[in-house]
Design a protein around this ligand. Structure first.
Ligand SMILES: C[S@@+](CC[C@H](N)C(=O)[O-])C[C@H]1O[C@@H](n2cnc3c(N)ncnc32)[C@H](O)[C@@H]1O
Length: 501
């Protein structure tokens, strides 16, 4: 038996990095790299039984042939199809059957030994294998990527030619609807890959039995929840949960956290309860649903650790005009209930309205990550935001504010306290750098000293949140730092304590 296999995971376009992270966290995968809508990795065969536990992946395949067929794009149709068919004998069928059996936990009649024998006879004597009652059922699908007109044949032509050859070699029965084995050809220009599907039904079809007009795939829910960095004991909320797909996926995947879902649609609660109770693990009590208005939540301030939600897109539910009113109100309410440093992961199709609403209150949110995600053909924006109150507290506790000074100000370093009136107790320190002098100031007692990478321009802080904290003290300060006028002395540090509360 081969020791390891190359696997191909079809994932949601836009969430490839999240899927890669899950794969690396849960499996001893090597050579993990992502392409558009897929992640490929190499895995020891001992770990194959664990792959169907991945939650960010829509479909999984084992790659058992990959090669360039020189001149495929220029070949006449008959020759191209004959060449494709001939690749069958170069495929590693033994590996494909071994990995399939390990992943599915069930055996194909005769296993990989029979397939190897059949292939040997087929190649040596051209012996066709007869279909028997034990023969597995199979189908072949072909996906051609990139420009399709580049080939003289259609995807259907390639699939049926390759399928006919499988039938000749192994005597498997072809069945388009009810099949045990699915062989997938992927052809891109002159490159051909042959894979075998390792899951029967797409992995995103889990958790939900009562569908609504905007039910989200469980795999998308998982990726959004993963972005929220959920920790044991966290309270996680979806304040507009529809049929509950996000809280249900969360409760099943993170059983040490607690999930709340709510919606104001009359049928939503019924669907949530049906969906939750249809899951075998729903005997657990880490998920609750509520009928509420997300713009006026019956929750006290700072009680939620993470909020993961998908907004009404303004297509099937609501309208873009509604969104312009709704999104800023929602953000305000979320800011209230999220604790300091709490995470907000939000998906929206109305990208402009969402971005505008966040920009209008940018000092309250730090944008940690953004993803453009393909949701059934719609390009959506998924943002991971941090409620900045928490960072202010960290600044207060440990670091305070630091300022990197422009080179032009170095000569005046001796006068720093006078140039920044109100900075009582502030120390200034200076460092010799290769390219000249750089300076920084910070509150005494801080445990960290940050130095900005581009301090020559002179600006406050290295990370945006610190800049925002600073602009809260005095809106004009950030602008005045960009030139030598930074010494205008208009910062009111005396009031910083109250700003941080
Ligand atoms: C995009 S859908 C959510 C779909 C959900 N993720 C699912 O998979 O079923 C948006 C939801 O927001 C709800 N909604 C809209 N305005 C609301 C409000 N003010 N309060 C609570 N829910 C609201 C709608 O009823 C709808 O179910």
């Amino acid at each position: 038996m081969t020791e390891s296999a190359h696997l191909y995971a079809a994932v949601i376009t836009g969430f490839e990095k999240v899927a890669s992270r899950e794969i690396s966290e849960k499996l001893p995968a090597t050579e993990c790299f992502s392409g558009r809508g897929n992640v490929r990795f190499c895995l020891d065969l001992n770990s194959v039984p664990d792959i169907l536990k991945l939650r960010s992946v829509d479909n999984l395949y084992v790659v058992f042939y990959e090669n360039e067929i020189v001149g495929l794009t220029d070949m006449e149709k008959e020759k191209a199809l004959k060449t494709i068919k001939q690749q069958l004998s170069y495929c590693n069928w033994e590996l494909a059957i071994d990995v399939y059996q390990l992943a599915q936990g069930k055996n194909i009649y005769g296993g990989s030994d029979l397939v190897v024998d059949q292939m040997r006879e087929f190649m040596r004597e051209g012996k066709r294998c007869e279909v028997t009652e034990n023969s597995p059922k199979f189908r072949v699908t072909c996906k051609r990527c990139g420009e399709k007109e580049i080939h003289t044949f259609s995807s259907m032509d390639a699939a049926s030619k390759f399928g006919a050859e499988i039938n000749n070699a192994f005597g498997w029965k072809c069945s388009v609807k009810e099949f045990d084995i699915e062989v997938v050809l992927r052809i891109e220009k002159d490159n051909m890959t042959v894979m075998m599907a390792l899951n029967d039904e797409s992995l995103f079809k889990r958790n939900i039995c009562a569908y609504g007009p905007t039910t989200m795939r469980s795999t998308v829910c998982y990726c959004m929840l993963h972005l929220a960095s959920i920790k044991p004991g966290d309270v996680v909320m979806d304040s507009m949960c529809g049929g509950g797909s996000i809280p249900i996926e969360g409760a099943l995947a993170w059983n040490t956290a607690f999930f709340l879902g709510g919606d104001n649609h009359e049928s939503a609660m019924e669907r949530c309860k049906k969906n939750w109770s249809s899951n075998s693990s729903s005997t657990k009590s880490n998920c609750e649903f509520f009928n509420w208005d997300a713009t006026n939540l019956p929750l006290r301030e700072n009680c939620i650790d993470a909020l993961v939600t998908d907004l009404p897109f303004g297509k099937k539910i609501g309208s873009k005009t509604d969104n312009r009113l709704l999104y800023p109100i929602l953000l305000n309410e979320w800011k209230r209930v999220l604790r300091k440093g709490g995470r907000l992961v939000v998906m929206g199709h109305d990208k402009r309205t969402l971005e505008k609403a966040i920009l209008a209150d940018r000092s309250s949110w730090h944008i940690k990550a953004n993803h453009i995600v393909n949701m059934g053909g719609l390009q959506c924006l998924c943002l991971c935001l941090i409620n900045t109150k928490r960072f202010c507290r960290i600044l207060q506790d440990r670091v305070g504010l630091f300022l990197d000074l422009p080179t032009s100000s170095i000569s005046r370093r001796g006068n720093l306290p006078e140039q920044l009136p109100g900075l009582t107790g502030l120390e200034s320190r200076w460092q010799d750098q290769q390219n000249g002098m750089k300076g920084a100031v910070w509150f005494p007692g801080c445990t960290n000293f940050h130095r900005s990478e581009d301090s020559y321009n002179g600006r406050i802080g290295r990370i945006p949140i610190q800049m925002r904290a600073a602009t809260k003290w005095n809106g004009s300060f950030q602008r005045s730092m960009s030139g030598s006028a930074w010494s205008s002395g208009s910062i009111d540090f005396q009031n910083s304590e109250s700003t941080f509360q």
